[in-house]
Ligand binder design. Structure first.
Ligand SMILES: NC(=O)C1=CN([C@@H]2O[C@H](COP(=O)(O)OP(=O)(O)OC[C@H]3O[C@@H](n4cnc5c(N)ncnc54)[C@H](O)[C@@H]3O)[C@@H](O)[C@H]2O)C=CC1
Ligand SMILES: CC(C)(CO)C(=O)C(=O)O
Length: 298
């Protein structure tokens, strides 16, 4: 399969590098990373190690591929979609956090698959990516149901050794992940604590509240996600990733823009379409956006 990885930073470089063991992969990245991979190849370290030589470029238009894998941060999705519209791709798969697939689908003619990734990735330096955790990629049709395209992409990922599940219930899975991220990411980022600190704490109750609100909005969108399931998902992730610093905490610590707009902000926006109030998500989004403005990031 010819695969274009659009936005090869941490996650895209890891997944793209692993896919390159059997597929024809091009990383669309920024310099100096792209130049380094072109000149000397890519080192994958951490859980599993490999040296691999995918193509790498900073040019984000004019490509042709069977699949475009979108791994830019959520706030770069619209720009990525506009560049992809100038490429000839047969299918698009997002592995981003937050609700980004709708932005891609509204701007692109190619079919857009939904995906989630629990692999951990960190770009250590140009040309070197660390796999900080072997997780799983789950992908499938954006509206759910069986999908031959999703099956083909899933097989291509498994052929490259990636732990991959093709799911027929992506709407529920996306909203459950959104509920987890709406609760854990925002609260840990604002409180500057690891995920495990939420267990049995008032801050954990705040995370539950954000997740329950998200579940309610999912149901308004006709996605079956009971409050109890969202709350239990938060508890499960807090327990399993207790030592993790959430991606949003890492962004705040590094004074980088967060993905709040595609997480808590998306919950607020979609709730508003239903004339429904989500005060916890609204408060969390307002605080994070205020911090971003204060730090000159938006
Ligand atoms: N890093 C991880 O372990 C995981 C990340 N995710 C999600 O994956 C997404 C990506 O996360 P990361 O890889 O950590 O972010 P990142 O910031 O390391 O990578 C995104 C890359 O896209 C590049 N980019 C953006 N627009 C571009 C363009 N037009 N041309 C070329 N390059 C462009 C940026 O320069 C950056 O290097 C996020 O939504 C994140 O939440 C999900 C699971 C795990
Ligand atoms: C699951 C969780 C909360 C793990 O930290 C995550 O997805 C993130 O940090 O973005």
């Amino acid at each position: 399969m010819r695969i274009l990885v659009f936005g090869a930073g941490s996650l895209g470089t890891l997944v793209g590098g692993l896919l390159a063991s059997v597929h024809d992969v091009t990383l669309v990245a920024r310099d100096p990373h792209a130049a380094r991979v072109s000149a000397a190849g890519l080192d994958i370290i951490g859980a599993g190690s490999a040296h691999i030589s995918p193509a790498a470029t900073t040019t984000d238009t004019g490509h042709s591929a069977d699949l475009a894998l979108v791994t830019v941060k959520s706030f770069d999705t619209a720009a990525a979609a506009d560049a992809l519209a100038d490429c000839d791709v047969d299918a698009v798969l997002s592995l981003q956090n937050g609700l980004t697939e709708e932005t891609l689908a509204s701007r692109l003619d190619a079919p857009v698959l939904a995906g989630t990734a629990t692999y951990g990735a960190r770009l250590v330096e140009p040309g070197r990516v660390e796999c900080t955790g072997v997780g799983r990629i789950v992908l499938g049709a954006l509206d759910g149901g069986p999908d031959p395209l999703a099956e083909r992409v899933g097989k291509a990922f498994r052929d490259a050794g990636l732990n991959t599940l093709v799911a027929t219930d992506m709407p529920r899975r996306r909203w459950e992940k959104l509920a987890v991220n709406a609760g854990i990411n925002a609260v840990t980022a604002l409180a500057r604590v690891e995920n495990g600190a939420l267990a049995g704490d008032d801050a954990g109750e705040l995370a539950h509240r954000a997740a329950r609100e998200t579940a309610r909005v999912a149901r308004l969108e006709r996605v079956s996600l009971p409050n109890r399931v969202a709350r239990e998902a938060v508890d499960r992730v807090v327990e399993k990733t207790a030592a993790n610093r959430s991606s949003m905490l890492q962004d705040v610590a590094a004074e980088k823009r967060t993905e709040v707009d595609a997480i808590n902000g998306a919950v607020v926006d979609i709730a508003a379409d239903h004339d429904f109030e989500v005060p916890t998500n609204r408060t969390l989004a307002a605080l994070l956006r205020a911090w971003e403005r204060g730090a000159g990031l938006r």
